[in-house]
Design a protein around this ligand. Sequence first.
Ligand code: NDP
Length: 263
Amino acid sequence: MDLGLAGKVAVVTGGSVGIGLAVAKGFAAEGVDVLIVARDTARLDAAQAEIAAVGGGRVAAVVSDVGTAAGCDAVIAAVQQTFGGVDILFNNAGTGSNETIAEADDAKWQYYWDLHVMAAVRLARGLTPLMAKRGGGVILNNASICAAQPLWYEPIYNVTKAALVMLSKTMSTEFIKDNIRVNAINPGFVLTPDWIKTAKQLTADTGGDWQGYIDTLAKDNAPIGRFATPAEIADFVVFLCSARSSYSVGSTYFVDGGMLKTI
Ligand code: NDP
């Protein structure tokens, strides 16, 4: 299937590791020029080299915190300077939380609101005019199954990811007039380096069987019985951002191995 992506320009926030890195590699393989964004310079540099090794599209990187207005402005400026415009925005930078509602302070709520919601608002405000100039574009927001099926230990994550899903729906209606399609995905368990680190920490005192921990978690929660690989999510993302998905507007797609317990 020709995805029709060659020559497009994509911004991937959180593109230095995990799902974002896999998506950036997937885009590059299709001939897309990719700008990856993250805060840690060393990890970003390593990712840039890894994506470049895929061949296909060009790759650039910008060190930036998309949880701030200045950080989003830097991304908007960088993609214009480097590639002269943009066609695709994959809002992916994000992270889990761990708190109770009774104990978390306002600053923590604000941090996650800025990272999961305002980054998407600010980048859309800056990038949709550039997309419109090129005749249209795609915004895909990476939310989480937790937007619909919460995990008890991370209320702030659940709430801000649910807000991101509503933002996607609302944006989709506003931006489709400029031929900009907006959708969201809700992944389930995806085996990223961060999950492996967490599993290693949680099993360190009990023999270190982190793989066993991951397997049990998947078997207990996802009917498919395993975590997704980042590449499995990336394949779906690359398709949704392509011309082959041209009638998908304002939807949220679960990619969760059957983990969602409702219809
Ligand atoms: P990782 O923790 O592996 O990677 C997160 C990426 O985001 C890194 O590149 C990180 O780089 C970057 N990042 C984090 N904060 C910021 C920031 N303020 N500004 C710029 N970049 C930032 O995450 P995953 O690949 O696991 O997850 C990616 C997305 O997918 C997240 O939004 C997550 O909520 C979502 N998701 C993940 C699931 C999973 O099981 N893994 C399941 C469902 C959803 P740096 O730290 O250097 O900035």
